[in-house]
Design a protein around this ligand. Sequence first.
Ligand SMILES: Nc1ncnc2c1ncn2[C@@H]1O[C@H](COP(=O)(O)OP(=O)(O)OP(=O)(O)O)[C@@H](O)[C@H]1O
Ligand SMILES: [Mg+2]
Length: 466
Amino acid sequence: MDVKEVLRFAEDLVFAKTGEHLDDLQEAILRGAWKGQRYSKIAEESHCTEGHVRNVASELWQVLSDVLGEELNKSNFKTTLERCRFSIISSKFAKDCTQINNVNVCGDTLQPPEVPKERSPSTPTSDTSKPQTRLDLADAPHISSLFDRTSELATLEKWIVQQKCTLATISGLSGIGKTALSLHLIPKIQHNFEYVIWRSLRHFPPLETTLKTLLEFLLNKPEIELPTSIPDRLSLLMEFLRKNRSLIILDDVQSILSSGQLAGNYRPECENYSILFRQIGETTHNSCLILNSWEPPREITALKGEKSPVRSLQLKGIGTAAAEICRQKSLLNPETWENLINTYRGNPLWLKIVATTIQEIFRGRVAEFLKYDMLFLGEELAATLHPQINRLSELEKNIICRLSREANSVSIEQLLQDADLSPSELFNGLQSLGRRSLVEIEEQENETLFSVCPVVRQYVISNPVC
Ligand SMILES: Nc1ncnc2c1ncn2[C@@H]1O[C@H](COP(=O)(O)OP(=O)(O)OP(=O)(O)O)[C@@H](O)[C@H]1O
Ligand SMILES: [Mg+2]
């Protein structure tokens, strides 16, 4: 952790407890403590008395100790935070935090925490016999505030804890909040597991590498040599998952999936992940694998179902809760926020990007920004869309270009009339675009209509896609 991360982490903790952000002196104390400075030095640099610094520091350590559930002071602050960054969030912070100013910190609600339901009926449920959870979240990004997502968190908790699903996919466009949601899910459900591990597949590691890193953490036996073959590693992992309730989160799963093909197909060198996902999804065990991806891998669409242990959640925008983003970015003209949110489909990343632009160019005046009859993407937003559109198959590009030319939704019949496609090509393409969350589907008088959202349309119109 560097000092910036420390400040962000401490800020989240303090905000969760008090609803207030760190002030300048609190920040100076944390920076100073991180560098090992004396209070007298911090006081000198902050132009105030040492006594005042000591008082403010003592209150700050108390707040942090309360949230973290362990004694924290100037001398152990650095090591404690570094050691416990994620495990504390997951195991203790979740119990203490509350919903403040509509900020759903840790995904908890104002209701008292539920009595934990254990995944295995044979496992005792009393607090004292709760298993200790071993966590490896070193590969996970920083956790920050989560607005809304109450129903998504409840759904995932129900699937994973009560219904014991073995494989759950969270899919959705980049920036919609898959990573954020799973990070906030962990503290809610981790007490049902003995092991929790987070890995990103961003750099599309070969399956044997992923199995190795999972086994190294789960087995925790550096002295034993892991088998070298994939089938042996896989059976070792499955045996472990049967015997030990484990939660595995694989983030950025789209990286092992292929571009230029319909959604859900693997890169040739990553085809064998399909065996891992199938085994975890189809066999009986007490563990769960969560996959975060722009699109679900093809097994999931085949295996998922209400009665099946395989589930899939397609994440949409956060709707009116995104007003919190506008508030955080100090945007003006609140009466126009709904329009802004709807245009950017409640996608937290898109809204954060555009809110920054509105702040920088229009000093926060949303009404002035919306006055222009064009949709602004800017380089940053376009850069998030580029890899998602670029990876489409030619068939999907053809359809998305056709849809982007329309201001309104169009029916399959209309699409067939002027696109040079057979019905089955069109069905395949639309289904695939739907799985990638790139088309919007609505029902009107017994007819299904398709469209693309304004941001995607704008990107397609202003970039060479087809
Ligand atoms: N519900 C939310 N409330 C507030 N901020 C959110 C919410 N969901 C996501 N964010 C913020 O939006 C940004 C994008 O979220 P996140 O990284 O989770 O998206 P993602 O779906 O995982 O994207 P990608 O597919 O690119 O990995 C982050 O800054 C995150 O903190
Ligand atoms: Mg992500």
